[in-house]
Structures are given as C-alpha cells and as structure tokens.
Design a protein around this ligand. Structure first.
Ligand SMILES: Cc1cc2nc3c(=O)[nH]c(=O)nc-3n(C[C@H](O)[C@H](O)[C@H](O)COP(=O)(O)O)c2cc1C
Length: 183
C-alpha cells in the first residue's frame, strides 16, 4: 500500500492550517488505496539551511537533516497543505524542501491551499516550479479554499464541505492513480 505524508506548512501561533490539515487528514483516512500520516513542520524545526554539501549528494552533515531525510523517505507521495503569505508559500516550507533532494525525486505531490480571495492559488503556482526542480510529479487536481478565516466554525467543523469535499476526492483519485503508476 503506498504511503502519503500530509505536510502542514504553516507553523505560526494561531494558525488556521491545523484545521485545514485536520480536514484533509480525516478524509484521507477513508482511502483504501493509500495510507497517510500528518507531518507538521512544527515538529521539524530545521534551522535555516546550512549544510556545506549539496542536498543532491545525500551526504548530510547534521543529525536533524539525517532524521528529516529518514522520515521523508518513508513516503511514496505527498499532500502539501499551504497557506499564502505575500503571494507566496511559507519560508518554513521552502526550507524543509531545500534540505533534501533525492527523497522527493519522482514522487507525486498534491496541493491543498487556503488564504484570502485567491484561496492560496498564487502560493501553489510558485510551488509547481519548486517541485518540478525537485523532480516531483505534480497532481493537477487541487483544492483552493478562499476566505479561510470564515471557513471553519468555532468547533473546527469545515463549513465549505459541499464545495471543496468533491474537489478533495478528485485530488485523492489522481494522487492514488499516480502512486499506482509509479509502483
Ligand atoms: C505574513 C502574512 C502574509 C499574508 N499574505 C497573504 C496573501 O498574500 N494572500 C492571501 O490570500 N492571504 C494572505 N495572508 C492571510 C493568510 O492567508 C491567512 O492569515 C491564513 O490564515 C494564513 O494561514 P495560517 O493561519 O495557517 O498561518 C497573509 C497572512 C500573513 C500572516
């Protein structure tokens, strides 16, 4: 069974990203074509990238990079849940991506974004360029949640299930298909 890591890219106090990711992770549990786990970048406090060797060598100088590498290697594919900061994606995410290379290569990656009026689409457009350089395989179907501040009730229930639920299912189907082709 292929394994998918769901990466939560926002680490700030009071983030809404944990609610969005919880919604994605809960839906992913129902899949019978891949297993999944949450990877919260708060649990991976990597310093600003400082390895003297290029990540493509796979020779890591620091224990935190070796541990990050071992963790990411467990995944066959990824769902990145990202917010939009100043029309881009969080620097924490770029730093986490930049630490590794071969661990990402050839693996499918899907995107769930959220933000204001544009629903984080500008962050995802930038991410397409980055994951291409990491030789990942982008999933075309994505979920983009606009006006995220109003998207959850006080109990964390997602209020736009009718709009975005079917889109998330399409994303899962394409991701599962890509995982199968690459097996
Ligand atoms: C530094 C910063 C920059 C932001 N820039 C944008 C932006 O360019 N576009 C947008 O739609 N929302 C922007 N927002 C609003 C965020 O989309 C919104 O705060 C969202 O909840 C952030 O995700 P998080 O709560 O998981 O950190 C910005 C928020 C912050 C903190």
């Amino acid at each position: 069974m292929p394994h998918v890591q769901i990466i939560l890219a926002s680490t700030r106090d009071g983030r809404i990203g944990d609610k969005v990711t919880a919604w994605v992770a809960e839906k992913a549990k129902a899949r019978t074509d891949f297993t999944s786990e949450l990877v919260d970048l708060r649990d991976w406090p990597l310093p600003h990238f400082n390895d003297p060797k290029l990540p493509g060598t796979g020779e890591y100088s620091f224990d935190y990079t070796k541990k990050w590498s071992e963790h990411v290697q467990k995944a066959d594919g990824f769902i990145i849940v990202t917010c939009e900061y100043n029309h881009g994606y969080p620097g924490v995410l770029k730093n986490a991506l930049d630490h590794l290379y071969k661990e990402w290569n050839g693996k499918p990656v899907a995107f769930v974004s959220y933000g204001g009026v544009a629903g984080g689409t500008r962050a995802v457009e930038q991410l397409h360029q980055v994951v291409n350089e990491l030789r990942m395989v982008s999933v075309h179907d994505e979920v983009n949640i606009p006006f995220v501040a109003k998207a959850f009730d006080a109990g964390g229930t997602f209020l736009q299930e009718d709009v975005h639920g079917p889109k998330l299912e399409k994303l899962f189907v394409e991701l599962a298909d890509k995982l199968k082709r690459m097996a």
